[in-house]
Design a protein around this ligand. Structure first.
Ligand code: XMP
Length: 518
């Protein structure tokens, strides 16, 4: 997880104690144009020194400092002279480490609370006497460590904010990173700019410049192979690398026949015409379809698509001669999630990237986007001049329509799924809604329902529409789409697609459902 390569800007390091809000803290700080990186809670003080962050934030987390195996940070970080802010569990971890005491409350305090501010000289600079904050805790700091004083309290929590002024160590029992905390952003800004003295230089323009020059240095005259899917991540990866090394990059686009309508042709055209990129187009749809014949289990489908993808990719790669590098559009949440993977109870679905390549293909990995979030990638893509259609394209699963087709993947179901998804996207674009939602698509299974065509009754497919909003795909809400748009979508699907008689709308959120139906 160490990413010293582009560590020259001022940065804030976040130690992750497992809170659902850890990514949110990182994103907030990046919104200030200051770089922020998440590290495991037990990263050593020595490693932190080598990174030279301007500030450290200890995230919240579900544990209790007194539990056996409670996550605790390296005690030496408190002696580095770097400003530290502990949030919720992070505050308790500070108190515990520095000789204060943490107690279990009688009941969980959850929700909005009034905070009374006692000192406005640092974290609360520019604040009035009271704000509403968001609490979510069971434990609280009962006795402050030596050298600390209280800077804010609430009715239930006498030590709601603490500080050691000399050492610039702070603790907040509430969550400044969530929107429910009034002026939470300003608390974080006071920490990042006034106390840590960061400069706002984490800009995507400089990211591009730096990354291109790093790729040049790293790769030199060697050759890079990139699996291009046409999504914003792999497209941006390819364009960045192409900018750096030109014709020493070759992209392979594997068409598994499970893409969106006309997607393959558009992608090939975009990259060949606009970027003059070396692009191998491998139309392998027949191979995928025949391997998927008779398969109904979704994990089995994923496995087959993944395996076949690797086969086609390596066959095509072999024809091209020697390559030293494999480029991937890995993003920051993937990096963090795989580092956290041990702590994730179970992976619900096996998401595939280009992992699983045969041993003889020994590549070095080039992942120029591994420090970015999706919205940052979109900014980079926009700045690189990628067509808006790619920049704003919704995420699409690697196994494509095979996970949007319930049961066996047949040509008829692929066709229905493609056409219906196209109608959904088209109507959302016309209504100005497409860019506001995370994903929008149609799915189809084997259930049929009766419809009337002319005077005749007949059975046809049921198509289900799924439109969700989400920050990162980890949780999602179904979109309350106006009935008029739903009606237009439904009418078009039943009118334009043969053999579809019913349209339904999925009103399940994640959890308990997932975004893809299988
Ligand atoms: P779920 O269905 O797990 O989806 O709620 C969360 C996000 O991941 C995408 N997804 C996949 N992406 N391979 C991928 O590359 C997969 O097998 C896969 N399954 C789901 C999904 O589209 C959503 O954005």
């Amino acid at each position: 997880m160490k990413n010293n390569d582009i560590m020259t800007e001022d940065s804030i390091v976040i130690l992750d104690f497992g809170s659902q809000y850890t990514h949110l803290i990182a994103r907030r700080i990046r919104e200030f144009e200051v770089k922020s990186e998440i590290f495991p809670f037990d990263v050593s003080a020595k490693e932190l020194v080598s990174i030279r962050p301007k500030g450290i934030i200890l995230s919240g987390g579900p544990a209790s400092v007194y539990e056996e195996d409670a996550p605790l940070c390296d005690r030496k970080i408190f002696d580095l002279g770097i400003p530290i802010l502990g949030i919720c569990y992070g505050m308790q971890a500070i108190a515990h480490a520095l000789g204060g005491s943490v107690k279990r409350g009688e009941k969980r305090e959850y929700g909005k609370t009034e905070l009374i501010i006692k000192d406005k000289s640092d974290l609360f600079q520019g604040f009035s006497d009271k704000i509403i904050v968001w609490m979510s805790h069971m434990d609280y700091v009962d006795i402050l460590p030596k050298g600390f004083d209280v800077i804010a309290n609430s009715e239930n929590c006498p030590n709601a904010a603490m500080r050691n002024k000399d050492k610039k160590i702070f603790g907040l029992q509430f969550h400044p990173e969530v929107v429910h905390t009034e002026r939470g952003i300003d608390i974080l800004k006071n920490f990042v700019f006034n106390l840590c003295e960061c400069k706002p230089v984490w800009k995507m323009e400089s990211f591009i410049e730096k990354t291109v020059s790093e790729i040049k240095d790293k790769v030199g005259k060697e050759k890079v192979l990139c699996a291009l899917s046409g999504g914003v991540d792999s497209s941006t990866t390819a364009v960045l690398i192409h900018k750096a090394i030109g014709e020493n990059l070759t992209c392979i686009f594997v068409d598994h026949g499970l893409l969106r309508k006309d997607e393959a042709q558009q992608i090939v055209k975009t990259f060949r015409d606009n970027y003059e990129m070396k692009l191998i187009y491998a139309d392998a749809s027949d191979r995928f379809l025949s391997r998927l014949k008779g398969i109904t289990d979704s994990e089995e489908k994923r496995k087959i698509v993944g395996e076949e993808f690797i086969k086609v990719f390596t066959e095509e790669g072999k024809k091209l001669g020697e390559f030293q590098w494999l480029a991937q559009g890995t993003l920051y949440p993937d990096v963090i999630e795989s580092a956290r993977a041990g702590s994730i109870a179970s992976r619900i679905k096996t998401h595939h990237n280009v992992a699983g390549l045969p041993g003889w293909m020994t590549f070095k990995l080039l992942e120029p986007l591994r420090l970015l979030y999706k919205d940052e990638v979109r900014k980079v893509a926009h700045l690189l001049g990628l067509p808006e259609d790619i920049v704003k394209r919704h995420p699409f699963p690697g196994p494509g329509l095979s996970v949007r087709i319930i049961g066996e993947v047949t040509e008829e179901k692929i066709k229905i799924c493609k056409e219906a998804s196209h109608i959904v996207e088209d109507e959302l674009k016309k209504a100005g809604v497409y860019d506001k939602v995370w994903q929008a698509f149609a799915m189809v299974g084997d259930d049929k329902a009766v419809g009337v065509l002319g005077d005749k009754k007949r059975f046809g497919h049921i198509v289900t529409i799924r439109i969700v909003e989400s920050m990162d795909g980890m949780t999602a809400n179904w979109v309350r789409l106006p009935y008029e748009i739903l009606e237009r979508i439904s009418n078009r699907i039943t009118n334009e697609i043969p053999n579809v008689t019913w349209v339904s709308y999925s009103i399940s959120s994640k959890p308990p459902s997932t975004i893809e139906p299988c």
